[in-house]
Design a protein around this ligand. Structure first.
Ligand SMILES: [Zn+2]
Length: 394
């Protein structure tokens, strides 16, 4: 067992990070040295990869391996490894922006905290999830910190792609590129780690297209499977203007239900953890003066809910796109595997009744809809114009 076990289908990344850890370990005891590891250690790392590929899991494993004092580093069973993986290590701070953006004030405070020396570990590590949510001013504050890093501070930034980060920051980072994990690797981890039966695991892994936590949800939650099926039913519901408008409403509703399920689960766990930490009594009463902290969490959760809603709708559109991509695959006679194997007969019928050009135009319409949602167009209006376009595309 090691800290790398949960990285699915990312062998080249594991090799890259392992060798960086080994290089950094060379002079771990020379606490006073300006550049531990003979100056080999990069102080800023950029973890990139598609959503669900495990960017932050990779960064967390790297943080654990950097702090671990066992051989090989990142043993996965010492107290330090456990603390990093559970998020309780004193010298590993995890920043997870809950809203749509991360501001300059918070970033400046973070930079200040990150400049202190590690208290127990070998490094002061800051793991910044969704670093692309930093506002421009925040990114500039971050840039200053990365330009002149304190000797024992390591920044781990996570973004979907390198382009999501200011060029000036990117150029100072060692880039770690995760790939979309292959279906077989995701299936394997669902079977091995979550005890899911191989058939269910394979269908879920295929449907999730490399998004690991989405695959787990689809494999374990029948409601999530039902909502996905509703989205995939949309193409056959586009029989007229009325049905197309109703299909749009169904898609938005399915995405909202998906978002609600995701947020409720997160909220409950967070709220109960905070209440306990603040000293909730056995009868569920809170000590005086804790209302502010609870209110702050509530506000954070509300702002996250907005983001999750947006992400869920985007995910639903990607599911819909997978339908037309399957149709295109069949039309082109390509041999690559279908995502939605369970719809095989319907996909074949759709493929036979249209041209590859019209399928491409439909895929374009879906991508255009994703862009307008990104630009804050009202979701129902954007999706309605999509379903109407899908219906009439020649
Ligand atoms: Zn360890």
């Amino acid at each position: 067992m090691s800290v790398w076990d949960d990285l699915v289908g990312q062998d080249p990344v594991i090799a890259q990070l392992r060798s960086a850890v080994e290089a950094s370990a060379g002079s771990s005891s020379d606490a006073g040295r300006a550049a531990p590891g003979g100056g080999k250690m990069a102080h800023a790392w950029l973890f990139t990869g598609p959503p669900g590929s495990g960017r932050s899991a990779a960064a967390r494993a790297f943080a654990a391996a950097l702090q671990c004092a066992e051989t090989p580093r990142g043993c996965g069973h010492c107290a330090s490894c456990h603390q990093v993986l559970q998020g309780t290590h004193a010298d590993v701070e995890v920043i997870r922006p809950s809203g749509l953006s991360y501001g300059v004030k918070e970033t400046r405070e973070l930079v200040l905290r990150a400049s202190s020396s590690p208290s127990v570990g070998r490094w002061q590590v800051v793991l910044f999830e969704d670093a692309d949510r930093a506002t421009e001013a925040a990114a500039n504050a971050l840039l200053k910190a990365i330009e002149e890093p304190p000797p024992r501070t390591v920044w781990l930034l996570c973004t979907p792609s390198p382009e999501d980060m200011l060029m000036t920051i990117r150029s100072r980072c060692r880039v770690v590129t995760l790939r979309t994990p292959p279906v077989a690797a995701v299936t394997d981890v669902l079977v091995r780690r979550d005890g899911i039966d191989p058939t269910t695991a394979e269908i879920a892994a295929r449907a999730a297209q490399g998004h690991i936590s989405r695959a787990r949800r689809l494999a374990t939650d029948p409601d999530a499977r039902k909502r996905r099926a509703e989205v995939l039913a949309i193409p056959r519901r586009l029989t007229g203007v009325g049905p197309a408008v109703m299909a749009a409403e169904a898609l938005v509703k399915a995405a909202e239900a998906e978002a609600k399920a995701t947020t409720e689960e997160l909220n409950e766990a967070e709220t109960s953890a905070l209440r306990q930490a603040l000293g909730e009594s056995a009868k569920g009463r809170m000590p005086r003066g804790t209302a502010g902290a609870l209110k702050e969490l509530e506000d954070k959760q509300k702002s996250r809910a907005t983001r999750v809603k947006r992400d869920s709708l985007d995910r639903a559109l990607l599911d819909l796109a997978s339908y037309y991509r399957d149709v295109l695959t069949l039309q082109l006679g390509a041999s690559s595997d279908l995502v939605n194997t369970e719809l095989d007969p319907e996909l074949r019928a759709t493929a036979a009744n249209a041209t590859p050009e019209s399928t491409l135009r439909r895929l374009d319409a879906i991508m255009a809809c994703r862009e307008s949602l990104d630009a804050n167009v009202n979701p129902l209006l954007a999706v309605e114009s999509l379903t109407l376009a899908l219906r009439t595309t020649p």
